[in-house]
Write a protein that binds this ligand. Structure first.
Ligand SMILES: Nc1ncnc2c1ncn2[C@@H]1O[C@H](COP(=O)(O)OP(=O)(O)O)[C@@H](O)[C@H]1O
Ligand SMILES: [Mg+2]
Length: 135
């Protein structure tokens, strides 16, 4: 599936994408500014999961929780330099937790991703539009 969307359409797009996220692990690939964080936040909001800003490792992993205490983990691995650093933050426990994991910049943990993953590729079309491809 391939879509081009502007920010005004993000709620509709989040709803549409939410229906495609059957795998536990979802990888968000694409350059800086392609809209990965914005889309993840919007999807979590659509699914009624709220940001938990109290985590000490907030910049690397952000935990979202719904009213029945289900959890979504949102990772931004941009600043992680190698696999060992990812293992140090306990990435394997998160991946094995059974909770949904949305991962920006997943390339550094490629060798851990023996799970069946959904990959979302994002790119910039112009200032007001982003392209998204789901495998
Ligand atoms: N579909 C879109 N259309 C236009 N601008 C967007 C869209 N999605 C995100 N943006 C804007 O692009 C910028 C970067 O978004 P962000 O989600 O931080 O990207 P990334 O996480 O991929 O680096 C933000 O200013 C955001 O508002
Ligand atoms: Mg981001």
């Amino acid at each position: 599936m391939e879509l081009i969307y502007s920010l005004t359409e993000i709620n509709y797009i989040s709803k549409k994408i939410s229906k495609q996220l059957n795998n536990q692990i979802v990888l968000f690939k694409g350059p800086m500014g392609s809209g990965k964080t914005t889309l993840i936040k919007s999807i979590c909001k659509y699914l009624n999961f709220n940001d938990n800003i109290s985590s000490p490792t907030f910049s690397l992993v952000n935990t979202y929780e719904n009213s029945t205490n289900n959890i979504i983990y949102h990772f931004d691995l941009f600043r992680i330099k190698n696999l060992e650093e990812a293992l140090d933050i306990g990435i394997e426990e998160y991946l094995d937790s059974g909770n949904k994991c949305f991962i920006e910049w997943p390339e550094i943990i490629n060798e851990l991703l023996d799970f069946k993953c959904t990959t979302i590729e994002m790119s910039v079309v112009d200032d007001n539009k982003r392209r998204i491809k789901i495998n």
